[in-house]
Design a protein around this ligand. Structure first.
Ligand SMILES: Nc1ncnc2c1ncn2[C@@H]1O[C@H](COP(=O)(O)OP(=O)(O)OP(=O)(O)O)[C@@H](O)[C@H]1O
Ligand SMILES: [Mg+2]
Length: 251
């Protein structure tokens, strides 16, 4: 079953001016349920623009986007977020710093900000969250009542991932979500990501500049170059890819 279908997607920034940039050039892409796609490509290739138009934070100039069998081409971010979650590069983006870990989780679960976070203390749920936090292996279960701004970047990003996946999204979009972390923490968060994707069978698109991660993780790899999909390999073909071949494809 397909989770996402992108057809003839086009995006031009600053059209008709001397700064005109054709950033998405007739992108066609089908993402099947369970696909874990590493998206790679040079700076400025159009990777984030592709994810932003899928998420709806940017509107495409033309083309169609079907998400979970709904045509969302003209729909708002809020509408699309019924089926889609995102984690960004900046650990501050996915969480609310002034709220506690527990409050952030409650918000993520509720999908609304009308919950009264003060009276929220259903014990079963607190224990459920604690259990989930424990699976991240980041000691977050000890910080349930700590404001998120006091957490490390790695802890915050692990929490962002947990929050993004609480409601079992049909599509998870990750835009360089480990890039702001030190090498060791980046690997830890990558491992958590992979475990989460496998455990929850999440269909995922993950932008990364780390070739080793792009090769190691996921069943599919897409290279975006100059607004087009230059390479799209899956399964055994992806497993057989190596770093040299990827670097060659960059040329
Ligand atoms: N909102 C915007 N307004 C104008 N130009 C934009 C906007 N967003 C992106 N661009 C331009 O579109 C091009 C592609 O940007 P995009 O962010 O998609 O690249 P990317 O592949 O994600 O690169 P990186 O690896 O550096 O994150 C760049 O030239 C960028 O300057
Ligand atoms: Mg980008």
């Amino acid at each position: 079953m397909k989770v996402l279908q992108v057809q003839h997607l086009q995006k031009v920034f600053f059209p008709g001016t001397e700064n005109e940039r054709h950033v998405l050039k007739n992108i066609n892409l089908q993402v099947d349920e369970g696909d874990f796609i590493a998206v790679i490509g040079n700076n400025g290739a159009g990777k984030s623009t592709l994810l932003n138009t899928i998420a709806g934070t940017l509107s495409a100039d033309s083309g169609e986007i079907d998400l979970a069998n709904h045509n969302v081409s003209k729909k708002s971010v809020a509408y699309r977020s019924r089926w889609m979650s995102r984690v960004f590069q900046d650990p501050k983006m996915g969480t609310a710093g002034d709220l506690t870990v527990l409050q952030n989780l409650v918000l993520a679960q509720s999908h609304t900000n009308t919950v009264n976070l003060h009276w929220y203390q259903k014990r079963d749920d607190v224990e459920k969250y604690q259990e989930l936090l424990r699976t991240l292996n980041m000691r977050l279960e000890n910080f349930l009542n700590t404001q998120v701004k006091y957490l490390s970047g790695g802890q915050r990003q692990a929490l962002s991932l947990l929050m993004a996946t609480l409601s079992q999204p049909k599509l998870l979009l990750l835009d360089e979500h480990t890039a702001a972390l030190d090498p060791k923490t980046s690997q830890e968060v990558m491992k958590i990501t992979d475990e989460m994707v496998q455990r929850k069978h999440l269909t995922t698109m993950m932008i990364t500049h780390k070739m080793s991660d792009a090769l190691k993780y996921g069943n599919r790899l897409i290279m975006v170059q100059d607004g087009q999909i230059k390479l799209d390999v899956k399964g055994i073909e992806k497993q057989n890819l190596n770093k040299e071949q990827l670097l060659e494809a960059f040329a």
